[in-house]
Design a protein around this ligand. Sequence first.
Ligand code: TA6
Length: 275
Amino acid sequence: MSLTNQSGATVVSWRVNNQEQLFVSKLASFDGKKAIRGGIPFVFPQFGPWPFGPQHGFGRITQWTLERSPERLCNGDVEALFSLMDTDFTRSMWNFPFRITYRLILREKELHFHIGVFNPSKDLTFSFNLLLHTYLKVPDVRRCQITGLHGCTFIDKTRDGAVYQEGREIVAINEWTDRVYQHTPHEHIITNVVSGRKMRLQKYNFPDTVIWNPWVEQAREISDFGDDEYPNMLCVEAGHVSSPVILLPGTAFEASQILQIIIEGNVSRKSKRNR
Ligand code: TA6
């Protein structure tokens, strides 16, 4: 796992069995002036367009503090801790005091994300969106399938934000897709990620799941995204975006996500074949 705290505490690499699981565009910029196109950008306090600042808020483009560098714990986990608090920069857009802790834990085939947002104010209540904008690296997005969306309502940003209900048990991607699924279950399985494996995404206190692939035309419109890159990425984003989190003075909000590569027993498959 590697991180960059210069640009929004964005996780830019996560390797399992020495294979990269996250997509980062070949055109991504790392100068901190704009969000990194890929990895896992931290979206806060706004998801989507924002009259007070850049789309998806300032969390993914501001300087975080690395509280604890990645260190191996006695149980073998590697843990890193980032924090972010209000600054002149953030207050110029969003005039509230806040403290965020962002704890990352790397296990053999898992990456855990634990987020705490605290309102230190004595009398101010504020509301915010929060989302992990996860770009998965995939061999061919047209072969990916996503579970855990059946029956959920979704806002379809490719159809003027109209609201529909997902009728499919398993969702495949074969066109421009930009959907905010609401009140989704706490687990999704994404098939055909790197090496044809499955990725389990578990989320807690993230009621929504955004699914995004820009496909051909939209890919051409994104300056820091290669025209030919859309087949090799799929965004599956755990978030609290359909409705804002409302944080009373002196209270905290916590949410977490676990990404896990499922390595099914190859032996059992072979032994079945040999019978
Ligand atoms: O998460 C999906 C989305 O909201 C899409 O609408 C698209 O805009 C994507 O985020 C990327 O946004 P960005 O501001 O990083 O270009």
